[in-house]
Design a protein around this ligand. Structure first.
Ligand SMILES: Nc1ncnc2c1ncn2[C@@H]1O[C@H](COP(=O)(O)OP(=O)(O)OP(=O)(O)O)[C@@H](O)[C@H]1O
Length: 274
């Protein structure tokens, strides 16, 4: 289970020094950029939770703090009760992270890429080899396992990166925009795999994914957390969110919740309170 409590993150702005001031004179400093203002939610085991929000809403920043890749300015993340920032090693051992699938080593085969992560996770060579075979079968990697990843299609990269994230059989899984660049068949395969992983037969994993594609989140996720302007503005099933927004259609509900009229305090105006 993953609990996210009051996360906030600002990115420091670099010095602004126009070219005509490069050799002297005052420069300036841009205001810090707010990545996340206040994001809180709970993701349960055996369920797929989707972070849905428009571009720049703060989804990736939230996911990176959940993975322990960047430190929050405020708030905390608990992975199965262990705080990511305080007990990084223990918390991360219980977490698989699917980030950018372009980050594979091109000269290594898929098997070698995955085995490298297995070693980083402390798996011995025999256990790693066995687990790679299992994952190869579950994810349909087959003959790809022994091909160099250079030249892999987006879908092939995604499967390899997912196998890498699952190598230590973590009970929790984070996926940032997992269907980016996938065609309809690869998207369907990924959906089926994620549903399996969340089911009792697949280990009842706690899965959190981020996306700005509404239909994808609506189809796949049991629970949806809407993030807008760096805040969680609503959470619940598709039916709950439609009811909260007072809309029959999920796209309309999303637009109302994510882009609702902004009050003085920066919170969107909702037709009904959350
Ligand atoms: N490294 C960084 N330095 C400065 N600003 C950043 C940095 N990373 C993100 N931001 C800013 O933080 C805000 C949130 O960005 P983030 O990438 O988390 O949003 P997102 O919801 O994932 O967006 P998208 O759907 O477009 O990927 C944006 O305004 C972005 O410009």
């Amino acid at each position: 289970m993953i609990v996210v409590e009051g996360l906030a993150k600002r990115y420091a702005a670099g010095p602004r020094r126009p070219w005509w001031r490069r050799f002297g004179g005052p420069g300036g400093v841009d205001a810090p950029v707010v990545g996340v203002r206040e994001v809180s939610f709970r993701a349960e085991d055996g369920r797929i939770t989707g972070l849905l929000g428009p571009n720049g809403a703060g989804k990736t920043t939230t996911m990176r703090m959940m993975a322990g890749l960047i430190a929050p300015d405020a708030g905390r993340v608990l992975i199965d009760g262990r705080e990511v920032q305080a007990e990084a090693g223990v918390a991360r051992a219980r977490l698989g992270v699917l980030g950018d699938p372009r980050g594979l080593y091109p000269r290594l085969s898929a098997r070698e890429n995955i085995a490298y992560y297995a070693a980083l996770q402390g798996l011995g060579p025999v256990a790693a080899a066995q687990r790679i075979e299992e994952l190869g079968e579950t994810l349909g990697l087959g003959p790809l396992l022994d091909r160099r990843t250079e030249g892999f299609s987006q879908g092939e990269r995604m499967k390899t990166a997912l196998a890498r994230a699952l190598i230590h059989d973590p009970p929790n899984l984070l996926l940032d925009e997992p269907t980016n660049g996938l065609d309809v068949i690869a998207t369907r395969q990924l959906r089926a795999t994620l549903r399996h992983l969340a089911s009792p037969a697949g280990g009842g994993k706690c899965i959190v994914l981020s996306s700005h594609v509404m239909s994808e989140v609506a189809q796949l996720c049991d629970e949806i957390v809407i993030v807008a302007r760096g805040r969680t503005v609503a959470r619940g099933s598709v039916a709950t969110l439609c009811a909260v927004a007072g809309e029959a259609d999920f796209e309309e509900a999303f637009v109302r919740l994510a882009f609702g009229e902004v009050q003085q305090d920066g919170m969107p105006t909702l037709t009904r309170p959350l």
